[in-house]
Design a protein around this ligand. Structure first.
Ligand code: ADP
Ligand code: MG
Length: 363
């Protein structure tokens, strides 16, 4: 079979820029080079598409500075005429063909990557791509609307209220009244559309609430306020089936955080000692089956395609969904690939299956 050319798109305009670079490093290191030509497509923090190194070491997270995609004079330019051509424009402005792309693997997290905007761009360009489509990506990014869809599908979600910036500024007392209905502290306040725990606060005293809302509103025009739950943080991985049947769901994993209030940005990326990923999570057969059923339902509720990680809290009242991630962390050590590894699909095979799904996508 002829080799396929895969554009691996990474970096981007979100606060998860460097995490995306690390994911790209994982893909560069493991993708089957006998089957695929790899074309790295870096996206700078300003959103400029640039040629980038096909290197594991350059993009992996290390003790040094975080990896960042930089503009160095040349830009990449996707044809918008359905020809699937990728051009390079050099510093002098001359435009030449760089590659003919068969499929794009957008390993982008957060806004402008995981939220449907890039998916819309790829649809317009007529480029096949890996993962969720426009709607599922947009819905999954938005903690207000994804919760509404989960609840409608019968997937229990954390009790919450949404506060919009203009309502908060105009009438904070009404917002506080709604928040009191959640039953008091602790509360979690989050920007509705972010990720990596950026802008998330745990509020233990109501005197801290206004500052938490203000922080959340630095990242979005609305915040979600949730009842602070006591329970275990458990996650599973969803992968569409190659034969078009129901999506597959992995075994569960558990996140155990010690010495920090919650699974915040530091715990996720900088304080390895604070976090244990337990795979598989210790659950009864009934609990696992229930969690897998809910994960599939949540994925279907959004019209998911390709992949997602679905995160729950296991509380005394059973499973409550926290969120869905439509492009979860995907380095070799990340939860999503590790869950599939424990379920019998190795990293390189997982990349292969995702690309095959992307090529034949019927979203
Ligand atoms: N309602 C809640 N109760 C208890 N802990 C929570 C709650 N919401 C979030 N957390 C903690 O905060 C972390 C980040 O919240 P999350 O909603 O997953 O944001 P992000 O989309 O940035 O990952 C979670 O992994 C969990 O540790
Ligand atoms: Mg999360």
């Amino acid at each position: 079979m002829a080799k396929l050319t895969v554009a691996v798109m990474f970096g981007g305009r979100s606060s998860e820029h460097s995490i995306s670079c690390a994911t790209a490093a994982g893909v560069f290191g493991s993708i089957d080079r006998n089957k695929y030509n790899v074309i790295p497509v870096g996206i700078t923090r300003d959103g400029v598409f640039v040629p980038a190194l096909d290197s594991v070491d350059h993009w992996a997270l290390s003790d040094g500075p975080l990896p960042v995609v930089e503009f160095e004079g040349s830009r990449l330019d996707f044809a918008m005429d359905g020809s699937r051509q990728l051009f390079v424009i050099d510093a002098a402005g001359s435009r030449t063909l760089h590659a003919n792309i068969d499929v794009v693997f957008p390993v982008l997290h957060g806004p402008f990557g995981e939220d449907g905007t890039m998916q819309g761009f790829l649809e317009l360009a007529g480029l096949p791509y890996v993962g969720n489509g426009v709607f599922a990506s947009a819905a999954g990014m938005d903690k207000e609307f994804s919760k509404a869809l989960f609840l409608q599908a019968g997937v229990p979600a954390t009790p919450h209220v949404v506060i919009r910036q203009h309502d908060w500024l105009a009438d904070p007392e009404s917002a506080l009244e709604a928040v009191r209905g959640l039953g008091g502290v602790p509360l979690f306040v989050k920007p509705a559309r972010a990720g990596s725990s950026v802008g998330v606060s745990k509020v233990k005293r109501m005197s801290e609430f206004a500052a938490a809302v203000a922080l959340g509103l630095e990242h979005d025009t609305k915040v979600v306020v949730e009842r602070g739950l006591v329970g275990r943080e458990v996650e599973c991985a969803v992968l569409s089936s190659l034969d078009g049947g129901p999506a597959r769901v992995s075994v569960a994993g558990e996140i155990v955080v010690t010495g920090r209030e919650f699974y915040d940005f530091e715990a996720k990326y900088r304080d390895e000692a604070a976090v244990d990923l337990i795979i598989p999570a210790v659950l009864s057969a009934e609990e696992l089956a229930e969690m897998q059923r809910l994960a599939r339902k949540a994925f279907e509720a959004l019209g998911g395609f390709g992949l997602a990680r679905v995160d729950f809290f296991l509380t005394a009242d059973g499973f409550l969904i926290n969120e869905i991630n439509t492009m979860p962390g995907f380095t070799r050590l990340s939860m999503y690939p590790s869950l599939w590894g424990a379920t019998g699909i190795e990293y390189a095979d997982l990349i292969d299956q995702l690309i095959q799904l992307g090529l034949t996508a019927k979203r």
